[in-house]
Design a protein around this ligand. Structure first.
Ligand code: P6P
Length: 342
């Protein structure tokens, strides 16, 4: 790709600012997040050579986060990279992370901005030690007017309030996929010049699909409508759906969603009796909502199985929800199984 024809992330964001789609502060915030993702990509890419694989914690004691999950060293390192990059960035009023119990207002010794940044610093980290793609997921909200020291309650805004959302997938290549509400676009990290370069403008998810992504080992724990829905997928062309389906499950949401944004499909992490008491497995504020924004901007759909994901009224920073997202017609089909059963 010739240098002259390439559109860098910086150029794309400047063009969006000139089009009036974002202001300079939001543009610069996204640049800070992208730079942090480049640092994370370098750390992840070193693998065993970086001395950061394996579980965090010391003296044989695992470090457990608020999710009750063992933290990987790279979870902690990725979180620190994002905190450090944004602490002095000057565009945030506060930030919230999957790895931190509570949100963090930007200390008043640093310049502050009008935005709230939420992120899962390294999603899918259980895959790191087996060299499978992982990623960073982020979401940007506006800090409520007049709030200079935001608390957890100020982050509890529905997905429709997001100003920007994206993920960075650390796979064979490092890709940043971003929406600011004007389409979903993919940028590939050119390691030789250290810039993200636009490689897929205006991604579009095919409306129909023959591919589903779910952890089938949970089948016996699903609600009856989910059992029926997946049973009909597995029945193939002889069944009520009248076509055969393929299945993929990476167990890294970023990798599964990236495949769906690229070639279609439906991703689901439904309620199951193992986590029903918690509302689901995946987190609304920094997993489901940013992915829902990206997917909807690419012509897809995102639902809890009973409600549009981005209209779920948040009740907690680490709230969990059931997730169905991807090809619009297939998500609508899955929702029908649930709504008709209620
Ligand atoms: P399971 C990773 O831990 C994660 O949060 C998502 O990235 C992924 O889709 C899901 O959990 C995988 O869950 O139960 O299949 O390991």
């Amino acid at each position: 790709m010739s240098q002259a024809s390439t559109v860098s992330l910086t150029r794309y964001l400047l063009e969006e600012q000139r089009a009036g789609h974002i202001n300079a502060d939001l543009r610069l915030l996204i640049e800070v997040v992208a730079r942090a993702c480049k640092s994370i990509s370098i750390a992840v890419g070193k693998g065993a050579l970086g001395g950061v694989l394996g579980d965090a914690g010391s003296d044989g004691e695992a470090s457990i986060n608020i999710q009750g999950e063992a933290q990987k060293k790279l979870d902690v390192l990725s979180n620190e990279i994002l905190l450090e990059a944004n602490a002095w960035g000057g565009h945030l009023a506060g930030l919230a992370s999957e790895e931190m119990d509570h949100s963090l207002p930007i200390p008043d010794v640093h310049p502050r901005g009008n935005y709230l940044l939420l992120f899962d610093p390294l999603d899918g980290s259980s895959n790191i030690d087996v060299n499978i793609s992982v990623g960073t997921i982020f979401s940007v909200l506006r800090c409520p007017e007049g709030v200079t020291t935001p608390g957890d309650e100020h982050y509890l805004q529905p997905g429709t309030a997001q100003l920007a959302a994206g993920y960075c997938t650390y796979g064979p290549s490092t890709m940043l996929v971003l929406t600011i509400g004007h389409g979903t676009h993919a940028f590939t990290l050119d390691r030789e010049i250290g810039s993200f370069v636009l490689t897929q403008r205006d991604m579009k998810i095919p409306e129909e699909t023959r591919e589903f992504a779910v952890n089938m080992s949970n089948q016996r724990f699903w609600e009856p409508p989910m059992q029926r829905y997946v049973g009909d997928l597995l029945a193939g062309r002889e069944g009520p759906r009248g076509k055969d389906f393929n299945m993929r499950w990476v167990a890294s949401m970023v990798a599964d969603v990236h495949r769906i944004l690229t070639r279609g499909g439906i991703f689901s992490y439904p309620l199951d009796s193992k986590c029903a008491g918690k509302g689901g497995k995946l987190r609304l504020m920094y997993e489901a909502n940013p992915m829902a924004f990206l997917v909807e901007q690419a012509g897809g759909a995102a639902s809890t199985g009973r409600q549009r994901m981005m209209e779920v009224p948040p009740t907690g920073l680490h709230q969990r929800v059931p997730v169905f997202l991807g090809s619009k017609a297939e998500v609508e089909a899955a929702v029908r199984y649930h709504v008709e059963a209620d």
